[in-house]
Design a protein around this ligand. Structure first.
Ligand code: IVH
Length: 694
């Protein structure tokens, strides 16, 4: 497969993993270490940058999909879009970095030209960091409050909003018609700190805390939180007489009892003044009683909005200026090297605790030794720390002026810090090659038991550590040999919990081949690759037989998965020669063969579950390419359903593509499909091919 296509597939896999782990982290149950998560994000950014992924399609720019089970979902009458952003990373057509000031000037120019006006007054407003809400009033009374959701449909949180007591239940003098107003639910910092001090387990930060509170099923007590909403827009109205400018709209809303930030906005027709106001506001950021993540610049004359129009993602009447994340200096106390599940050695910084973007940080990933060397981070240095995506802490740079004399460069390990085996380098990473290295064993077993892999009920990280340390478990098949008595004798376990774990193990035996394969933490075999390998080989025996031939350099075997002609596709989508070498050699190793034999012996199902593949005739064997945003299906869902029906999903369009499924803003793949004469489907046609909904 060509390099680009391979990268696109990898990017898709990374998105899936990042979403999963972010959700686990937000739910307070992270399954991987921060450095491991950071590696995923880093690799995603690298690939997304190199592939030139459209900013609005990027994972780091997608509107939050926040549907929560148990909440009623309704469609927004007017979709809740997001805003285009001025980006510090934008480049001009010659590849040179484009300063924010030039980007904003260009934004003004384009609009003035399109509207054929000399001056274009705008309103600059703070962009408060909370969760979007849309509130419907009829006859002046609050009827419904809805979250943004995926922008098209959101969750109904009327009871929760009403309970706050800070959002008006009645809009004074709003007439007899209906209107829907939009704003941001946010947690003022003083209120957040006060409330957090009353909790046993403090909330991570005001934004996430607010999101969590508004999704409490039982609204009782929400009035004690101090959460508020401020409003910035009327989305639509019927039978209400509204003002004609954004500034007057804020006044109008404020006069009727809604919170607005009228005192914080600035009106100008100069891009330079607008930017200066943003920068001045940023300088006041620390002293505000609410978190802001940037500023919004909006055309003031609402009459021009329809002419300016919108894409499926953002309107053309406004743009956001996002501030760089908060950065704080602190001292680097030590650099520890951690060993991951596949032996990767990762440097981790131990820091003097420092409060950044809402939490205290004392550890941060240094990613890899090449990066560490590039930043020249030394123990004892004063370093600047920020949170990537406001969640994962990282060391951004060193303050050289504060370096103490005699601070030594960090020397990457030549042996594994845990087991002493000589380390090996592969590209920019360093690995411990010893499969029985105690840290690797522990991390691998944690991964095997985790939700994304075998999902063994009751087998959390603490229990895994105990079965390794006290019961001598070394490999996944050993787990299935644990008996209730041995388990019951462990700390914080009893007969009941031990029986639950035993039942969990029994149930996990039937998860099927793909989950087992994913659970074994073989390098380059993530969830999607495991599914693809399992779907192709069907059983562990067939896979191992093939791995044996591949490792013996059987030409037919190599040609099957990594064809020598670059125009041909291998049997496994997304698998290139280099990763194929690594995967099949590892599968053929005595250690992995032993684990498979052990798993078979204890009765773990090593074949594809029949339910996983229900071939649908029209789809089976066909190659699909997805492009643009589909109206209802998430890309990952569409991919799963196509694969479950026996089809393949590829990242790029070629003559071999059978169908391109195009959503909104489809981009170049759609054009290429037209040029090559590939059949183009919309989502509805795809769903029909797959046999209807769900
Ligand atoms: S105008 C098309 N104004 O920022 C959306 N949004 O991407 C128009 N936000 O989550 C939004 N303060 O909830 C607007 N003064 C403000 C805002 C604001 C915060 C949030 C909004 C949305 C995101 C926009």
């Amino acid at each position: 497969m060509a390099g680009r296509a391979r990268d696109e597939v990898e990017l898709e896999q990374l998105s899936e993993q990042i979403r999963y782990h972010e959700a686990a982290y937000r739910a307070g149950a992270p399954e991987i270490t921060d450095p491991a998560f950071d590696d995923l994000v880093e690799r995603y950014r690298e690939l997304a940058d190199s592939l030139g992924v459209d900013p609005v399609e990027r994972l780091d720019a997608q509107p939050g999909e926040d549907h929560t089970a148990g909440f009623e979902t309704v469609e927004h009458r007017v979709p809740m879009l997001s805003l285009e952003k001025l980006s510090p990373n934008r480049r001009d057509s010659s590849g040179a970095p484009m300063p924010i000031s030039d980007q904003l000037a260009a934004w003004f120019r384009r609009r003035r030209k399109e509207l054929e006006v000399e001056a274009l007054p705008v309103l600059v407003e703070p962009k408060v960091d909370g969760i979007s809400v849309s509130v419907l009033y009829a006859n002046g009374a609050l009827r419904r409050a809805v979250t943004r959701g995926d922008g098209r449909k959101g969750d109904v949180i009327t009871k929760q909003v009403a309970q706050l007591g800070t959002v008006p239940m009645k809009l004074a003098r709003a007439g007899r018609g209906e209107l829907e107003i939009r704003g941001e639910l946010y947690w003022p910092l003083e209120e957040f700190t006060r409330f957090n001090a009353t909790l046993d387990k403090p909330l991570i930060n005001p934004r996430n805390g607010c999101a969590g509170m508004m999704k409490r099923k039982d609204p009782a007590g929400l009035e004690a939180t101090g959460i508020r909403a401020f409003f910035y827009q009327v989305a639509w109205d019927q039978g209400v007489k509204l003002p004609l400018t954004q500034y007057e709209t804020l006044q109008w809303l404020g006069d009727r009892g809604a919170d607005v930030y009228i005192s914080e906005v600035f009106r100008t027709d100069s891009d330079e003044e607008a930017l200066r106001y943003c920068d001045d506001y940023q300088a006041r950021r620390e002293s505000l009683n609410y978190d802001i993540d940037g500023m919004v610049i909006k055309v003031d004359d609402l009459g021009l909005y329809a002419r300016l129009g919108a894409t499926g993602h953002h309107p053309h009447w406004g743009i956001a200026y996002k501030f760089a994340p908060e950065r704080k200096p602190t001292k680097l106390l030590a650099i520890e090297v951690s060993v991951g599940k596949s032996g990767k050695l990762t440097p981790v910084a131990h820091l003097e605790p420092v409060f950044v973007s809402g939490t205290t940080v004392s550890r941060a990933s240094l990613h890899n030794f090449v990066e560490l060397e590039r930043k020249d981070v030394r123990v004892g240095d004063t370093v600047l720390v920020e949170k990537a995506g406001e969640i994962i802490p990282q060391v951004v740079e060193v303050d050289r002026s504060k370096r103490k004399r005699g601070a030594r460069r960090f020397v990457p390990p030549t042996v594994c810090p845990t087991c002493g085996t000589e380390a090996v380098s592969e590209e920019i990473f360093v690995y411990c090659p010893n499969p029985v290295c105690p840290d690797q064993v522990r991390e691998r077993l944690r991964h095997f038991a985790s939700r994304g892999a075998m999902d063994i009920d009751g087998m959390g990280e603490v229990l895994v550590d105990q079965v390794v340390d006290k019961l001598g478990v070394r490999s996944p098949d050993d787990l299935f040999g644990l008996d209730v008595d041995a388990l019951a004798g462990l700390d914080r376990m009893g007969q009941k919990s031990a029986e639950r774990v035993q039942a969990g193990l029994e149930e996990a035996k039937q998860r099927g081949f793909a989950r087992v394969l994913h659970g074994l933490a073989i390098r380059h075999v993530g969830e999607t690759m495991a599914e693809d390998l399992a779907a192709y080989f069907k059983t562990a025996d067939a896979l191992l037989e093939f791995a044996g031939r591949y490792a013996a350099e059987d030409e037919d075997a190599i040609e099957t998965v990594a064809p020598s002609k670059s125009t041909e596709r291998g049997a496994i989508e997304g698998l290139a020669r280099k990763s194929a070498d690594s995967i099949f050699y590892e599968l053929d190793s005595p250690a992995v063969r032993k684990v498979f034999a052990g798993l078979a012996k204890v009765g773990v199902n090593l074949s594809v579950k029949a339910a996983d593949v229900r071939a649908v005739e029209a789809v089976a064997g066909k190659t699909f390419v997805l492009t643009g945003t589909l109206p209802t299906l998430k890309r990952i869902e569409a991919t799963k359903r196509i694969k479950a029906a026996g089809g393949k999903v590829s990242g790029s369009v070629s003559k071999k593509t059978d169908y391109v499924v195009a959503g909104d803003d489809p981009g170049s793949k759609h054009e290429k499909a037209q040029t090559l004469g590939v059949t183009i489907l919309d989502e509805a046609a795809l769903i029909e091919m797959l046999g209807g909904d769900g």
